[in-house]
Design a protein around this ligand. Structure first.
Ligand code: ADP
Ligand code: MP5
Length: 275
């Protein structure tokens, strides 16, 4: 039998299915990687925003993690919403014990409408605990600004921020995502080995971008689980996410979700997924 690649996401939930754990599992599945999950926080949210958050007790997060690694060892791990300092410390310990596994750190701070998923005073802890362990960290503009405390207005600033995140915070590599800037959707990748790389995609004119960051980091994780090299993994994930945004879904009353089967619709011009 051919190898079964296995990816683990450790994150919060989205009951409407567009972001968080649910988006990660859909992405893994589309990329033919067996998906597993450890839930850190249950989030009552939808496409319009966050209503309430219920954190999973620390001991139970640990039990979920152990249950996974004792039985089906992941080929790659990603973290998304990790809301409390004690959760970060626990995962720092766990990830330190599994350093052989590629680790994607998505430093989730907010939902698309701006509702916080990580309180401001806890953000320094994320910088100290999880970011230094990352094979790749995937901040959007606001998250990158927070991580290295500088304002980012354009691609030059993204490049400066990317270099600083690797050199000052100790991540192995970074991709700063430019989804919230204007013009083409340009992301900036940096690692000491490869240097700076720009990843370019045409901007899709849509507000339906709930879950883009989760989808992108999960797609990187899936590619790393397959053993694909870092920059190639990021480029493939960028293409997958661009398709998910091109075919994003006009459902819900707010920022509609990306379409995880978008990549399958290429070559079908005019196909309306809402019909
Ligand atoms: N309107 C868009 N058109 C094309 N690509 C986009 C668009 N918005 C975001 N992206 C891409 O989606 C990925 C996630 O970026 P972003 O939306 O900035 O993350 P986050 O969800 O963390 O804010 C990046 O590759 C970014 O360039
Ligand atoms: C549980 C959870 N995690 C992350 C996000 C951010 O989603 P995105 O930045 O991809 O829109 C979210 N809304 N909910």
């Amino acid at each position: 039998m051919s190898t079964i690649y296995r990816a683990l996401t450790i994150a919060g939930t989205d009951p409407t299915g567009g972001a968080g754990i649910q988006a990660d599992l859909k992405t893994f599945q589309e990329l033919e990687v067996y998906g597993m999950s450890v839930i850190t926080s249950l989030v009552a949210q939808n496409t319009t925003g966050v209503r309430a958050i219920h954190h999973v007790p620390l001991e139970f997060i640990d039990q979920q993690f152990q249950a996974v690694v004792d039985d089906i060892y992941p080929s790659a791990i990603k973290t998304g919403m990790i809301a409390l300092p004690e959760m970060m410390e626990l995962l720092q310990q766990q990830l330190n014990s599994h350093k052989n596994v590629p680790y994607v750190c998505d430093p989730v701070m907010m939902a698309k409408n701006g509702d916080p998923l990580l309180e401001k005073h806890v953000r320094a802890k994320l910088r100290e605990t999880l970011v230094p362990l990352a094979t790749i960290v995937t901040p959007n503009i606001a998250e990158a600004e927070d991580l290295i405390d500088m304002q980012i207005d354009d691609i030059d600033d993204m490049e400066k921020a990317a270099i600083r995140i690797v050199k000052e915070l100790g991540a192995q590599s970074v991709v700063v995502k430019g989804g919230s800037l204007t013009g083409d959707a340009v992301d900036v990748f940096y690692s000491r080995e490869t240097g700076l790389f720009k990843l370019d995609a045409p901007r899709t004119d849509t507000k339906h971008t709930h879950g883009t960051g989760c989808t992108f980091s999960a797609a990187i994780c899936a590619q790393l689980a397959k053993g694909i090299a870092l920059l190639d993994a990021v480029q493939k994930a960028k293409a997958f996410t661009a398709d998910a945004i091109t075919w994003s879904l006009q459902i819900g009353n707010g920022y509609g979700p990306t379409n995880h089967w978008g990549h399958r619709l290429n070559g079908l011009p005019g196909k309306n997924v809402n019909q």
